[in-house]
Design a protein around this ligand. Sequence first.
Ligand SMILES: Cc1cc2nc3c(=O)[nH]c(=O)nc-3n(C[C@H](O)[C@H](O)[C@H](O)COP(=O)(O)OP(=O)(O)OC[C@H]3O[C@@H](n4cnc5c(N)ncnc54)[C@H](O)[C@@H]3O)c2cc1C
Ligand code: FES
Length: 416
Amino acid sequence: MIVAEMDEATGLEKRVSADSCLMRLPRLHGKHLLTIEAPERLLDTGPIREAFLRERASQCGVCSPGMVLSSYIHMKNRLPMSQDEIRRSLSGNLCRCTGYQSILDAVISLDRSPELKAGREEPLDFPQVEKRMHVFVQGDNAYLLPLTLEDLYAARKKYPGARIASGFTGSCVDYKGTVIDISRVRELLQVHVSDSGISIGAGCSFETMKGQMAQHFPYMTPYLDSFASLQVRNQASIGGNIADGSPVGDTMPLCLAHDAVCVVCGPRGTRRIKAGLFTTGYRKVALRSDEVLLAVEFPFPADGTYHFAHKQSRRKNMDISSVSFAASVRVEGKTCSSVRLAYGGMAAVPARALHTERFLKGKVFSRANCQKASACLEKDFSPISDVRGSAAYRMDVAKNMLILLYESYNGEHDGR
Ligand SMILES: Cc1cc2nc3c(=O)[nH]c(=O)nc-3n(C[C@H](O)[C@H](O)[C@H](O)COP(=O)(O)OP(=O)(O)OC[C@H]3O[C@@H](n4cnc5c(N)ncnc54)[C@H](O)[C@@H]3O)c2cc1C
Ligand code: FES
């Protein structure tokens, strides 16, 4: 489905794709929900549907509504018409009948479509929604939409047992109780760039983070693209990923490699916690019961610092990591003067490989030294076996990632 809203910053209508199963109704308050059934004057998918027919891109048709809407968003937001970019927009939709090539061919053929470029749709009429916290009550449960931190603290005081939800992709499907939805809290959505670094609001979606980071840390783009699918990245927040405390959350290794700072806030004030101290145990974080994660600060690195990140999962998209890896290595001359190597999926929490870092520091950054350093990972981690990989597999992958890091530095590998 498509969610349309008025972008306050630009005053323009913004449309993004989203997953209906992860969207509670109150979250759409003041927005428009557009499905494949929407009238053509509001959602003009006619040329796309015709292209799908022409290229035989639909058989059983179960996937077609999602494929058509994802293609529509791709065209509407004028994204590049390369196969890679189209695949990125289509990710999250599974077709088991036609296969993806005919779908890609259909979308590519639209590049020449004059109808689609003509912009025949009528602008949407957005309801005037009062700028205050909205509360929806059903039975014993409520759904609250605070707009400011002050609202949020008041909501928490009134409903101490309520679940904080940001993107709500983590527990939307099975959680039944009262929800404090923080996705509109404006302090959590801010991005600041200063001479010393970039601060990303905890409520920013993965797509927002990807766009912001692309300028400063372009190496992160393919890594962030491997997170779930576009629909989930439009909704899931960086703060939710970190506050979840998962050993396989994709953001924490980046934070550890960059020595990022988690800024947390509550009615008693603001605290700054180094990323390395934020996850305190399996799914446990350093937040007090009345605090939320406000932002994450990524300092700009010293000159000569090389970054790398890679995620290994059973599928390229829509899969949780078996092992994830992020690294910052400062190379002066040929020697590593500073090394930070962070892994997800290797322990109960995302963690740095401290023995391995110590081995590499002060040594020439070479393939041979990375190979020798990889033996130190056995001292750093004792991974477990689970559905995403055996302990031995995880260790092998972790070791190979060190080699990939070197190959990427040496221009032999693009990190994908
Ligand atoms: C289809 C699918 C694919 C996925 N793929 C991936 C993947 O590739 N990689 C990955 O890492 N995860 C993945 N996930 C898991 C999940 O989407 C991510 O962890 C996501 O980043 C969670 O963010 P959210 O904003 O949706 O968090 P929410 O679900 O809103 O919250 C998660 C937890 O954090 C708490 N929380 C949220 N924001 C804050 C805050 N600001 N302060 C304090 N506490 C807070 C909530 O109370 C909750 O306990 C996937 C999920 C789905 C459904
Ligand atoms: S046409 Fe059947 S799943 Fe795609």
